[in-house]
Ligand binder design. Sequence first.
Ligand code: CAP
Ligand code: MG
Length: 412
Amino acid sequence: MSGISYEDFLDLSYTPTETDLVCTFRIDPAEEMSMEAAASRVASESSNGTWAPLHIDDTFTDMGATTFAIDGDTIQVAYPSGLFEPGNMPQVLSCIAGNIMGMKAVDTIRLEDCEWPEAIVEGYPGPQFGSGVRREIFGVDDRPILATVPKPKVGLSTERHAEVGYEAWIGGVDLLKDDENLTDQSFNPYSDRLTESLAMRDEAEDETGEKKSYLVNVTAETNEMLERVDEAASLGNEYVMVDVVTCGWAAVQTVRERCEELGLAIHAHRAMHAAFDRLPDHGVSMRVIAQVARLCGVDQLHTGTVGLGKLANEDTVGINEWLRSELYGLNDVLPTASGGLHPGLVPQLMDAAGDNLCIQAGGGIHGHPDGTRAGAAALRQAVDSVTEDVPIEVYAQGHSELATALEKWGTE
Ligand code: CAP
Ligand code: MG
């Protein structure tokens, strides 16, 4: 028999079965490599092939993928679901975004999208709450929930951090959020910060009559992270925050399981995602990262600001739509808009991204000329102006905190 060679993985007459995982890549073949040859190698190296033709009999299970479509620089590859260990996200990524990312046969390769079949999705838990956090935790379903990260992002003492949280909660935000590089450092240790912030949270709840919560960053080595999750639950918090790309999907899967036992929601920060998705021609798209995050079961995920803020964004609206789409009964994910946001941007943001959102502003709250409490009030007022359908400049006439924010930052 001919065995497995690089050429065996292209079949433009193949129709994917309903259990196949279909991945869309954009590739730029290396010099002197045809599109067909490169496309076949992508399917080969990401499934069961290698560079040397193999001389084998039929005593193996054929786990080969098939490139079944080529359209310009875009190729589609179908993978048999049996290639993938159920519920093992690292193994999936080792196939579809593994060795092929460094293959000499292509100058660049980008995994753009995946169509996940039920046969694979059923191995994953998906979010425990998803956008249900708004109703189940805060009792609101007619507005975005609001979060804030104290700034400077690291260096505040525990006492100061908790005070900033209190001011922000009183001003009108729902969630205090840790920044990505604040975990358990000596200037603000995890346990102290959690305890003191939740004490302030209780006071803010009493004063405002509103539910408040804390996206406390538990990101660490996995066993350590689980201890932090347990502590957050034992002290009566509703959430943990995990930096999902830096700690890895295996850790996210472990935390998801523990959070199910404890009834905690997971806020997913995505630091380092741009190392994979920023280059338009190479890597893994944010869309796919978001898909992986949903399967693994995070409840909230940063997906960008529709280009309004300080950071480069991929198609925020398209990603949010995917996170809300039907997926064999899995819960949706609440998108979080964050990065350079301030009150004046809220109408444009909500116009593009809707109200089923979490909006985070750090600098856009704590940089308010009258301080954190006023900044938080201004953000809440900006949201109210949209939900009450009053132009933000008009609304600001009766709301001085918002008026000051608009004076400082405008609406662009
Ligand atoms: C935002 C932020 C978030 C980014 C992450 C920061 O602060 O806390 O980490 O939003 O990016 O440190 O930059 P500001 P993304 O509100 O002060 O800008 O949401 O795109 O993942
Ligand atoms: Mg941050």
